[in-house]
Design a protein around this ligand. Structure first.
Ligand SMILES: Nc1nc2c(ncn2[C@@H]2O[C@H](COP(=O)(O)OP(=O)(O)O)[C@@H](O)[C@H]2O)c(=O)[nH]1
Ligand SMILES: [Mg+2]
Ligand SMILES: [Zn+2]
Length: 332
């Protein structure tokens, strides 16, 4: 049976979209013979997955199909639009897998926050950054809507610069600051998977639209103009940056507030200190070897906070996550 390999770019109601690589793409496991649908984007259903083995957008998958699943005209094969006869039969090992946003193989996460409207929620920013760091996904901070409160934008940017993250300040609405972000994306995203995440309304879709005018991202803006209800991002969808087989992918994600460490197993208590990279120079220099870095005397992390080397808001998030994770049953 013909087969093919590619990234799952979308999955809605059990129907997945897979962008099959051309037969000569480096990422296809060898040996591999050219197949009719190589290089095409197909709809497919998942088959033979054990229950609970959910597929994620970003998974690198193998599909198989039979001759009834495509039509040939003028030597070009066109896949069935409803995915009939095309099945995802295997997922290749993941580089990473996230619950929020629900994606596999992410390499970069652009954590987006607005200077105002919605009011900046730094705990959510910190949680997303922790999840990225823990999963070895390169974190980037984007402070958008800088026009609405330039002073707040500068305060937020200073916190994350001090913590050692790359930070970009933008105005999605006018494009201010977007070229520097575009340069970073052009440098970092090819051959990789990246996503924009952050609370609803911070301007993720607007920024993506600025970065890639040819791609379509649903923004809050458009909905009002065409006035047919809310037109916001509902699903994670990977957008290829070009038609090249080694093109990178960028995903818009729905805004979410469900970064509940109590409910979800993002990581355990033992993993918490390492999820704050700016703590690392101090860990090991505390008075007590089992220091929790929350309230002990002679804690080198707390001393660094007092000395202005670690932003206080970062340590506050650490302490609140510590309290939540401590109450959970031990991470297996
Ligand atoms: N003032 C201002 N408004 C913005 C900016 N960026 C986006 N917006 C607006 O904020 C609203 C939400 O944007 P959207 O991209 O849908 O946010 P998302 O939910 O994060 O994808 C829209 O009405 C945008 O026009 C900005 O930099 N400044
Ligand atoms: Mg959106
Ligand atoms: Zn300590």
């Amino acid at each position: 049976m013909p087969n093919g390999f590619g990234y799952v770019t979308k999955g809605v109601g059990g129907l997945y979209t897979v962008r099959l690589l051309p037969h000569d793409a480096a990422d296809i496991p060898k040996p591999y013979e050219p197949q009719p649908l190589d290089g095409q984007t197909v709809s497919a259903r998942a088959r033979n997955f054990r229950r609970g083995d959910g597929l994620l957008v970003g998974d690198f998958a193998e599909v198989t199909y039979d001759a009834s699943s495509y039509t040939v005209r003028g030597g070009v094969a066109t896949p069935a639009p409803d995915g009939a006869g095309i099945a995802i039969v295997r997922v290749l090992p993941r580089r990473s897998a996230l619950i929020r946003p629900p994606m596999a193989n992410l390499d970069l996460l652009f954590v987006t926050v607005a200077a105002a409207a919605p009011a900046p929620d730094l705990e959510t920013v910190d949680k997303l950054l922790c999840i990225a760091v823990h999963n070895k996904i390169a974190p980037v901070v984007v402070v958008n809507k800088c026009d609405l409160d330039p002073a707040a934008a500068e305060r937020i940017a200073a916190i994350y610069r001090a913590a050692g993250f790359p930070v970009f300040c933008t105005v999605g609405a006018t494009g201010e600051g977007v070229p520097a972000l575009a340069d970073y994306v052009a440098e970092a995203v090819p051959r990789r998977l990246a996503a924009f995440a952050g609370a609803s309304g911070v301007g993720k879709s607007t920024l993506l639209g600025r970065l890639f005018p040819s791609l379509e991202f649903a923004t809050g803006d458009i909905s009002r103009r065409i006035s047919r209800g809310k037109n916001t991002t509902r699903h994670v969808e990977l957008c290829p940056l070009s038609n090249a087989p080694d093109s990178g992918y960028l995903a818009d994600t729905p805004g979410f507030t469900m970064l509940d460490f109590d409910r979800f197993d993002f990581f355990g208590l033992d993993d918490l200190p390492a999820a704050f990279p700016e703590f690392s120079p101090y860990i090991g220099s505390c008075r007590y070897s089992d220091c929790t870095h929350t309230k002990e005397d002679d804690c080198a992390v707390r001393a660094a906070v007092c000395a202005g080397k670690i932003p206080p808001s970062r340590h506050e998030t650490y302490c609140s996550l510590y309290a939540v994770l401590k109450k959970k049953p031990r991470w297996k």
